[in-house]
Design a protein around this ligand. Structure first.
Ligand SMILES: [Zn+2]
Length: 457
């Protein structure tokens, strides 16, 4: 079944690239109000592209912000349903003078297509649309059921997508969510991003007397809130770099042997990291590598601290208040609220005598993981290997892509991040581009992935 599809992809290549250029010509900058008409035009363009590929029930659905484009093809009874997520909005193009060619006048040179959105995400999104077209034009049907959810606010933090997904839970229901908005590890070295860290942010305030006190009159006789705060903050870690908060690690999923082995293939050289940062040593939780510490282990970082007189010279006082902000990066299956609870308990329990300690909750985001031995990940890995001749490397990100976690959680389905971008394609920067070598290979990989998800194959 794959041969006619791959022949079709090859034959249509230049027509596809022309279409991608049309898509890239629309300045769909979600952050800038004056581009609102372009956002509508771009959603209409994406809807037309879905229809042309043979998708049905194509609609442009309103949100409080920019609209979402939906389409489906559901004629594979008994087969899994794939929800493709992507976004038609792009980052602003400034600074314009750093572009070699204008950002919204896409141009092909050196087998790369240049233009804002080429890799993030119009180019990568269109690969899935073209895979649908290839199946329907050759075989007349798809090996799986498919739905598309294309949003216009990814570059402004997917502001209105979480309520949209909640509201359209039934419509978007799927067995697996797939997106192409990440990067490969290197040319011909695919990567599956399978874990993202979550976030919990709090502020701790230590209150002393009812006003700043003269340190000559009161010094030595009362607790100093800054001393109390620093002692409290010091109690949050042990000497081995582990977080010393009782219960902090309770729900952390340990790295499997398979994961740790996979990590050795992509572990950065510590000397390079140190020289890049101009540091004499790296530091972190004992028993874990640098990569594990920064992507697969939870952290607790004090991100700011304040208290006392900050002006010129010295003011000899005992300040009446001191505070600090703390940001934790969480890993599956830690729950932000539970982590904030154990931190609050720790802070109260270790509160030094003579001060009042108060904690407030600032922000939270859930961690995300699709285990690398999940059948959908195995299918994706095999498809990559078929096309690129190399098994993918497995990566976790130390940061978060909140919408990935929201889609996975609300729709209760695994998420596969099938990236075809390459490092150095300047996403969010001048001269953004996409390597056209990954055009045909990308569509082939997606097609083979769907064939592998088909449960009769
Ligand atoms: Zn993107």
């Amino acid at each position: 079944m794959i041969e006619p599809i791959e022949a079709f992809i090859k034959e249509k290549e230049s027509a596809h690239w022309k279409q991608l250029q049309e898509f890239l010509r629309i300045p769909s900058i979600s952050a800038v109000a004056e581009h609102k008409p372009d956002m509508i035009r771009c959603a209409e363009w994406a809807a037309a592209a879905l229809k042309q590929a043979g998708l049905e029930h194509v609609e442009i659905l309103a949100t409080e912000g920019h609209p979402v484009v939906y389409g489906d093809w559901l004629h594979a009874p008994g087969q899994p349903t794939v929800l493709v997520y992507g976004h038609y909005d792009v980052q602003p193009a400034e600074p314009l003078e750093l572009w070699d060619t204008p950002p919204f006048e896409p141009l092909i040179r050196d087998n790369k297509i240049f233009g804002r959105g080429a890799t993030d995400d119009k180019g990568q999104l269109l690969l899935h649309v073209k895979a649908v077209e290839a199946f329907l034009q050759t075989a007349g049907h798809l090996p799986i059921n498919i739905k598309f959810c294309i949003e216009g606010e990814e570059e402004i933090a997917s502001l209105h997508l979480p309520p949209f997904v909640e509201h359209h839970r039934e419509k978007l229901k799927a067995d697996v969510i797939t997106l192409s908005d990440t990067q490969m590890y290197a040319p011909n070295k695919p990567a599956l991003m399978y874990g993202l860290r979550g976030l919990a942010g709090v502020e701790v305030t230590v209150d002393g007397a009812n006003s700043d006190l003269h340190s000559g009159l009161y010094g030595g006789g009362v607790q100093n809130p800054i001393h109390a705060l620093t002692a409290l903050l010091s109690s949050l870690h042990d000497a081995d770099g582990r977080v010393a908060v009782h219960g902090f690690y309770d729900s952390v999923l340990d790295l499997s042997v398979q994961e740790r082995e996979a990590f050795t293939l992509v572990e950065p050289d510590p000397n390079k990291v140190m020289s890049g940062l101009n540091l004499q040593a790296l530091y972190g939780e004992k028993g874990y590598t640098y990569l594990e510490r920064t992507t697969a282990r939870p952290t607790l970082e004090i991100t700011s601290i304040s208290g006392g007189f900050q002006g010129e010279g010295i003011k000899p006082i005992i300040p009446n208040q001191a505070s600090a902000k703390i940001a934790c990066r969480l890993v599956a299956a830690q729950v932000p609220d539970e982590i904030m609870n154990v931190i609050e308990t720790h802070l109260q329990k270790h509160a030094p005598v003579g001060v009042k300690v108060h904690m407030s909750r600032l922000l939270k985001g859930n961690p995300f993981i699709t285990p690398i031995d999940h059948p959908v990940m195995v299918a994706a890995a095999a498809a990559y290997e078929d096309v690129y001749g190399n098994a993918p490397v497995y990566l976790r990100s130390g940061g978060s892509i909140p919408i990935v976690e929201v889609l996975g959680r609300v729709l209760d389905a695994p998420v596969v991040m099938l990236g075809f971008g390459l490092p150095g394609e300047n996403l969010h920067a001048p001269n953004e581009h996409f390597h056209l070598d990954n055009w045909g290979k990308g569509i082939s990989t997606i097609s083979r992935y769907w064939l592998k998800l088909n449960n009769t194959n």
